[in-house]
Write a protein that binds this ligand. Structure first.
Ligand code: AMP
Length: 279
């Protein structure tokens, strides 16, 4: 496994054999089972697997956790090695963004809701860095987790709109045994918060149960999610959404593919989770 910091070294590596397919997994590191599921699928479907580890400053708001975001490169490299990664790209922020940089990639519409509504500039930061990474790595396929459902939709839109020549592959959410979606930010939770964090998945499941039981009013489902979360004293809602799964638009009636999505503060830690229900 090769570990490189320079953009030119990535280009050299992936250009060695142009016939080979390249599977790319972009991450912010502090790897866990969710990331490993992406890497495993990339390993199965491609000749070469490239992993990037980059805590991207431009996707964090001024009051967010960029400085504190968990980092452990040594451990990440061990996990990457055992996942069969061929190349790890760990750029420095000043090499990714020159002082003169003046270009941003902005996807409109889809980014105005859910996480985009509460994290100003977040998706512009994501789309800009992902575009840069696609241009650097030149992958055949790139792998993203359904955990960040809106992110995958936005990136698929961007790839289509800007004619990036690659496939976006979505990998299902990996959960802890008790249902909590695995996230690097789970590290922030103390014991009581870790227990309280179960309210995210439990509420989503409760919403799904209601739909399966025949409830078709989106507002009723939304209210059920809200009441469930509000019953947990350590939880504070950022947003709760019951929306069309492909447009993220509000709906009155549950029909077709519906996304139940939420962002909830557990103490200081903002966690997200989602569930797709099809009727
Ligand atoms: P991050 O390092 O948090 O930016 O995540 C890198 C990639 O891993 C993104 O595509 C995430 O959606 C994906 N990911 C993170 N957590 C999970 C999870 N629990 N299950 C599946 N994919 C995940």
């Amino acid at each position: 496994m090769k570990v490189v910091k320079e953009i030119s070294e990535v280009r050299e590596f992936t250009k060695q054999d142009r016939e080979k397919t390249v599977g790319f997994v972009p991450t912010m590191g502090y790897l866990h089972q969710g990331h490993l599921a992406l890497l495993e699928q990339a390993r199965e479907e491609n000749d070469i697997v490239v992993l990037s580890i980059f805590v991207n400053p431009t996707q964090f708001g001024p009051d967010e956790d960029y400085e504190d975001y968990p980092r452990d490169l040594e451990r990440d490299l061990e996990l990457a090695r055992s996942a069969g990664v061929d190349l790890v790209f760990t750029p420095k922020a000043d090499k990714m963004y020159s002082d003169n940089a003046a270009t941003k990639v902005e996807v409109t519409g889809l980014t105005g809701k859910l996480c985009g509504a509460s994290r100003d500039g977040h998706f512009s930061g994501v789309c800009t860095v992902v575009s840069k990474l696609f241009n650097i790595v030149n992958p055949t396929r790139a792998y993203f987790g359904q955990k960040d459902y809106q992110q995958v939709l936005v990136i698929k839109r961007m790839v289509e709109d800007l004619n990036f020549d690659l496939d976006i592959v979505t990998v299902p959410i990996v959960r802890e045994e008790d249902g909590l979606a695995i996230s690097s930010r789970n590290k922030y939770l103390n014991q009581a918060e870790r227990k309280a964090a179960l309210v995210l998945f439990e509420s989503l499941q409760r919403g799904k149960e209601l739909i399966v039981g025949g409830e078709r009013k989106a507002k009723v489902i939304e209210q059920e999610l809200i009441s469930n979360i509000e019953a947990e004293p350590l939880a504070e809602i950022d947003y709760v959404a019951v929306v069309d799964a492909s447009s993220l638009k509000d709906i009155d009636k549950i029909r077709g593919e519906v996304l139940l999505a939420l962002a909830v503060y557990i103490g200081e830690t903002r966690l997200i989770d989602n569930l797709i229900v099809e009727v």
